[in-house]
Design a protein around this ligand. Structure first.
Ligand code: 13P
Length: 263
């Protein structure tokens, strides 16, 4: 039986003092006995602060990205070994924002190539994380144009195949896949729960092809994209949705705890 997982992706939000206040509220609001596994992925600069506050709790800390090299001349980057050193349990890879596939553009189109994480670099990052026993949260999802062209399943299958190339099922057993339709991120438009469940089921079937049935049954498949207190229960009660990857709503302790309680 897969344990439900709720992950807050704080993106580029909250200074150390703001993060401390948010975590202290969360620890008061979320029952230590909650059935769900809960994780927060803050910015690199606040991972250590959050990890220390979580030390005597069951909550996990994660990162939002990683570089695949061990160490060296990679200005501005952080390695998986460094994430391990600050007690990261999870790490997001392949988020549509780091892939440069924004739902609504807030940057000039000419700057997008600078974000451009690819299936190939996502694959290298996953391998680097697994080497350090950090569980990857692999994000996949289609843009609005891809959905409207009827290419949703094809795009996601190709992202999965590329990202998981050369990785054994036994290595990815505790890995996580998050279905995040690009058009639902930060837009307030949630994917219909039946459709979200269908896509998560399709992801599990693809994982069974890439690995095997047993591994696919063990991997948790989350939904992300405008998850909030009001829609979490409906989404999480779908058979193929094992929890959520939550952006904006994870910054508000009351709202995030409501999402966790709805598991
Ligand atoms: P929102 O919950 O703000 O739509 O963001 C989802 C997301 O991108 C989580 O990784």
């Amino acid at each position: 039986m897969r344990k439900k997982l709720v992950v807050g992706n704080w993106k580029m939000n909250l200074t150390r003092s703001e993060a401390r206040a948010a975590i202290e509220s969360l620890l008061l609001l979320i029952e230590p006995t909650t059935d769900a596994e809960v994780a927060i992925c803050p910015t690199y600069l606040t991972i250590d602060t959050v990890a220390q506050l979580f030390r005597r709790s069951r909550f996990r800390v994660g990162a939002q990205d990683v570089f695949w090299g061990n160490a060296g001349a990679f200005t501005g980057n952080v390695s998986a070994a460094m994430l391990k050193d600050v007690e990261c349990h999870f790490c997001i890879v392949g988020h549509s924002e780091t892939r440069g596939r924004f739902g609504k553009l807030e940057v000039p189109e000419s700057t997008i190539p600078y974000f451009s994480e690819t299936d190939e670099t996502v694959n290298l990052k996953i391998k680097a994380l697994l080497y350090q026993s950090i569980h990857p949260i692999l994000c996949v999802g289609e843009t609005l144009a891809e959905r409207e062209a009827g290419n949703t399943d094809r795009v996601i299958q190709s992202q999965l195949k590329g990202a998981l190339e050369g990785i054994e099922g036994a290595e990815f057993w505790e890995g996580v896949v998050a279905y995040e339709p690009v058009w639902a991120i930060g837009t307030g438009k949630t994917c219909d729960s039946a459709e979200a469940s269908r896509v998560c089921g399709m992801i599990r079937a693809s994982l069974a092809e890439i690995f095997d049935e047993e591994t696919a049954e063990a991997i948790r498949v989350l939904y992300g994209g405008s998850v909030k207190g009001a829609n979490a229960q409906e989404l999480f009660s779908q058979p193929d949705i094992d929890g959520g990857l939550v952006g904006g709503a994870s910054l508000i302790a009351e709202e995030f705890s409501k999402i966790v309680r709805s598991v």
